[in-house]
Design a protein around this ligand. Structure first.
Ligand code: NCD
Ligand code: ZN
Length: 345
C-alpha cells in the first residue's frame, strides 16, 4: 500500500445549492475540503452581501456535526451590482470574489451580464481593492459552436478586459481548452484558472460516443482529447496559476435524464481519489498538493490549511456509490470509468 500525505485541500469552484440538496451534498465536500468558493447561481441568485451572509449561515447550519468547513462566498455580478456593497463585503471578509456569468451561458445565468460596459464601475473598484473576479468564460452567441465558445470568449471578452484593467485579478473558471491553458500561461500572476476533476478524465466521447450519456454533460462541455491532454499537463505542472475547482454541480437524476437535461457533474465524493489516480498516471503525485492545497490559497491570498489529508492506494478497487439519495431526489456520482484505488484515509 502506498500513502500520500498533503495539506488539506480546498475546492475553488463549487455548487452547493440550497435546501434539501444542500443538506444532501455539503457533507461530502466538508468531509475532505477545508474551504470552498461557493457559486452564487441559486434561484434567486446571491446578489448582495446580505444574501451571501444568509446563504453562508444556511451552509454552516447544514454541515454534519464535527465537520470544520469554511464557505468562501461569492456575489453574482449583474448590471445593477453596487460597487460599494461589493467593496464592503470584501473588506469585512464576508465575500471572497465576484462571479461573472455571461447571461444565458449556463445553469441559472439568466440574470448575468449582457453588456460588460455596464459592470466596469464594479470591476474597476475590484481592481483597486485586489478582489478576484471569477469568470464563466464562454460566449453565448448562437452562431458560435458550443465547442468553440471558450476560445472565442478569450478573444472577444477576456483579452480586452485584461488589457483595459490589467490590475484586476481574474480566475478563468473551469478552463477546458488548450487555448484557455495557453492564454492563462501567457499572463502574469494576476490571472489564475481552475480545472475540474472531470475535465482531466473525460473528453467529449464520454457524452456522445455509443449513446448519449447525460451524466457526463456539463458546462463548459468536455472537448476533444487534445484539450484534455493540455489540461492534464497544466494541472500536473505545479504552475501556480492552475488550481482545483471541482465544479461539482448536483442535479437530480430526473433533471439530468431528460429530453433537455441540466448541465452539471457531481464529483465531490470521489474527487480526491480520482485526482490521485490522474496525478499518479502522470507521474506527478508530488504535485497533487500544489494543485489541490497550495496554488489556490496563494492566488486568493489566503494561508494554506494547516491540517493534513492522507490518501492510501489500495490493491483492491475502492467502491463508491453509483448514486446517493438526497432529500431532493437521487443524485448520480461521477463515474471516471476506471477502477479507483486511492482512498482518503
Ligand atoms: C453548473 C450548475 O449546474 O450550476 N453546471 C455545470 O455544468 N458546471 C453551472 C456552471 O458552473 O456552469
Ligand atoms: Zn460551476
Amino acid at each position: 500500500m502506498t500513502t500520500l500525505t498533503i495539506r488539506r485541500p480546498d475546492d475553488w469552484h463549487l455548487h452547493l445549492r440550497d435546501g434539501a440538496m444542500l443538506e444532501g451534498v455539503v457533507g461530502h465536500t466538508s468531509a475532505h475540503f477545508a474551504r470552498a468558493i461557493v457559486m452564487p447561481n441559486l434561484v434567486p441568485p446571491v446578489l448582495t452581501v446580505a444574501d451571501a451572509e444568509a446563504y453562508a449561515a444556511r451552509i454552516v447550519a447544514a454541515l454534519p456535526e464535527g465537520h470544520a468547513f469554511k464557505p468562501l462566498m461569492t456575489l453574482y455580478l449583474t448590471e445593477t451590482t453596487d460597487p460599494d456593497d461589493v467593496a464592503a463585503g470584501f473588506a469585512s471578509g464576508k465575500v471572497a470574489a465576484v462571479k461573472l456569468y455571461p447571461a444565458g451561458a449556463t445553469t441559472n445565468s439568466q440574470s448575468g451580464v449582457r453588456d460588460i460596459e455596464k459592470v466596469y464601475s464594479v470591476l474597476e473598484r475590484m481592481a483597486e481593492i485586489g478582489m478576484p473576479l471569477c469568470v464563466h468564460g464562454e460566449v453565448t452567441d448562437p452562431t458560435i459552436d458550443i465547442f468553440d465558445r471558450e476560445a472565442v470568449f478569450i478573444e472577444r471578452v477576456l483579452a480586452p478586459l485584461r488589457a483595459r484593467l490589467p490590475g484586476l485579478r481574474v480566475v478563468m473558471e473551469h478552463v477546458t481548452t488548450r487555448e484557455g491553458v495557453d492564454y492563462v500561461m501567457s499572463q502574469d500572476s494576476g490571472m489564475g484558472a481552475t480545472i475540474t476533476t472531470h475535465h482531466l478524465i473525460i473528453n467529449r466521447n464520454a457524452i456522445l460516443a455509443g449513446g448519449i450519456r447525460p451524466h457526463y454533460y456539463c458546462l463548459p462541455v468536455a472537448k476533444r482529447e487534445v484539450h484534455r491532454l493540455a489540461l492534464r499537463k497544466a494541472a500536473t505542472s505545479g504552475d501556480r496559476r492552475f488550481f482545483l475547482g471541482t465544479d461539482s454541480a448536483p442535479h437530480t437524476d430526473p433533471l439530468k435524464e431528460s429530453a433537455c437535461g441540466c448541465a452539471g457533474i457531481f464529483s465531490s465524493i470521489n474527487t480526491m481519489s480520482c485526482l490521485a489516480h490522474v496525478f499518479e498516471e502522470e507521474g506527478a503525485l508530488d504535485r497533487l498538493e500544489a494543485f489541490c492545497s497550495l496554488n489556490g490559497p496563494a492566488f486568493y491570498r489566503m494561508a494554506p490549511n494547516e491540517e493534513r489529508m492522507t490518501l492510501k492506494r489500495r490493491d483492491e478497487p475502492v467502491a463508491y456509490p453509483e448514486k446517493i439519495d438526497t432529500g431532493a431526489g437521487p443524485l448520480t456520482v461521477f463515474d471516471p470509468m476506471f477502477p479507483i484505488h486511492w482512498e482518503v484515509d
